[in-house]
Design a protein around this ligand. Sequence first.
Ligand code: FMN
Length: 176
Amino acid sequence: MNAMETIAKRCSCRAYRPEQITPEELKQLLQAANAAPVGMAKYETLKISVVQSRELLAEIDQEGAKFFGDPSMHPLYGAPTLIVISGFAADSDEREVSMCNASCLIENMHLLATELGLGSVYIRGCINAIRENRALCEKLGVPEDFVLTGAIAVGYPCEEPETRELVTEKIETVIL
Ligand SMILES: Cc1cc2nc3c(=O)[nH]c(=O)nc-3n(C[C@H](O)[C@H](O)[C@H](O)COP(=O)(O)O)c2cc1C
């Protein structure tokens, strides 16, 4: 796939098969994250936590469901891997940069996942749900002065994604 084909095929996947992704697929996703643009190249202000433990995934999923007020929902959609990004957040500016950095890492992984035939979805709701849960943040290895900034759920999709028609009208644009 070329870049435009991958972009056209990328979509949010919300139904996963239970099998775990391979170590090689995970390695490539992490390579994609490490190749993302990062503000002032301050890589030390970011941390990646890969969650593949079924127990920990279930705990995060349940916290998310509670947060959304619907214990029957599964905001991680049964994905077998959750890649969580946290970032340095000493002040509001650092926090803002960390959020931007996380989005860059996540989008790089989202596109690479598409290229590899994996399903993936950006996860923010569930991350908001556990941001203040220090015990859970500690389990994820998040340093005290870091904040959870976002995540991507990854796994084999239940359905093959369709290629979308690429348009320019969805987002209002001005050309000056
Ligand atoms: C900042 C951000 C946060 C998001 N958070 C969630 C989330 O918590 N759960 C979810 O299912 N999708 C989440 N999404 C995915 C969007 O809902 C999705 O990208 C959008 O509906 C467009 O659909 P598409 O990705 O299939 O093109 C998030 C996307 C972004 C960029």
